[in-house]
Design a protein around this ligand. Structure first.
Ligand code: ZN
Length: 324
């Protein structure tokens, strides 16, 4: 049973919005676009894995949790997908990139082969997975749970993979092979019964916290003034919607709507800073009426803090968008 579904990651949401709001000639445009493509490909690979793992419906009790972000020993670790069965736990790491990957053993080496034939060594993902297993083991130890934990590395099906002999230290496969792999594993010993699996899945959900890279302008060292303000039209994707007759109007394509500023407010929090004044709202939506701004802000699902000059708005739940 799936206890946690995957949703679009904060980092991807923020990169999509930064890419829209950064001028094409900006010096950071290239790196933003590159990271956006990497992030998007990673997410697509994970969605592909999720679609395949739905086929895995064993008769024994089990739990699947996608995209967990946990803290242990002062370190954060992110798990793409986790499978809990009565006799073992598997940490699944999903990779997706368009180049060929060659995996060599003794010593383990990951080499990326580009379309033009160039070869470049990659970070060894087994080390990444081992670190996650180690931290998860400590997390479980603290809760009195001792169960074998292993890891698998799953590549999206479009990835070209060349595993050279001898076979690598960790199970490595394409995403569609994962259900058959899990079906082939015997459940020898019942360490966790159905009730314990349920409780563990809920404890993990309780301790999960969405990874939050905001504000992205800081992360990419971009001055906020370089970020293009304005309400972006959801229909033609151009900024510059104007408020009139109680709604937002797109001068480019004629689209109208009442809630388009919600995304603009979300963009501010993701890109610029975790608070927003009435003046900042007017700047970022390019609205000149203070009272209209107050009215719109009051319906944006934000929390008003302070009075008069100190008044500002924050998100009600840190890391959550106003329209979620
Ligand atoms: Zn438009």
């Amino acid at each position: 049973m799936i206890y946690k579904k995957r949703t679009i990651p904060n980092e991807l949401k923020a990169l999509l919005s930064l890419n829209k709001r950064l001028p094409n000639n900006h010096e950071k445009k290239h790196v933003v676009r590159k990271n956006l493509l990497i992030c998007q490909a990673g997410y697509n690979g994970e969605l592909e894995f999720d679609a395949h793992i739905k086929e895995f419906q064993p008769a024994y009790p089990h739990a699947i949790l996608h995209d967990l972000y946990l803290q242990q020993d002062g370190a954060y670790f992110q798990i793409d997908s986790l499978l809990i069965t009565p006799s073992f736990i598997t940490v699944i790491e999903v990779k997706n990139h368009k180049d060929k990957t060659v995996i060599k053993a003794n010593p383990t080496q990951f080499i990326r082969v580009f379309q033009n034939g160039d070869r470049k060594p990659m970070h060894n993902p087994y080390i990444e997975v081992d670190r996650k297993i180690h931290l998860l083991k400590n997390w479980l130890d603290k809760r009195g749970i001792q169960i074998p934990i292993d890891g698998i590395l799953a590549f999206a099906h479009t990835n070209e993979l060349a595993i050279e002999h001898p076979s690598p230290e960790m199970k490595t496969m394409l995403t569609y092979e994962a259900p058959a792999h899990f079906r082939s594993l015997p459940i020898d010993e019942q360490i966790l019964d159905g009730h314990a699996i349920y409780n563990l899945a809920h404890a993990l959900l309780e301790h999960h916290k969405d990874y939050n890279p905001f504000p992205l302008a800081d992360l990419y060292d971009i001055v906020p003034e370089d970020i293009i303000p304005g309400v972006i039209c959801p229909s033609c994707e151009r900024p510059g919607m104007q408020w009139g007759r109680e709604k937002w109007n797109c001068p480019s394509c004629g689209h109208t709507g009442k809630t388009e500023h919600h995304q603009t407010v979300q963009d501010w929090f993701m890109l610029i800073q975790p608070k927003m004044t009435n003046r900042e709202f007017r700047y970022f939506t390019q609205l000149n009426n203070r009272n209209v701004a107050r009215g719109l802000l009051s319906k944006s699902g934000l929390q008003l803090i302070g009075e008069r000059k100190a008044a500002h708005y924050i998100l009600i739940n840190e890391g959550q968008s106003p329209n979620r």
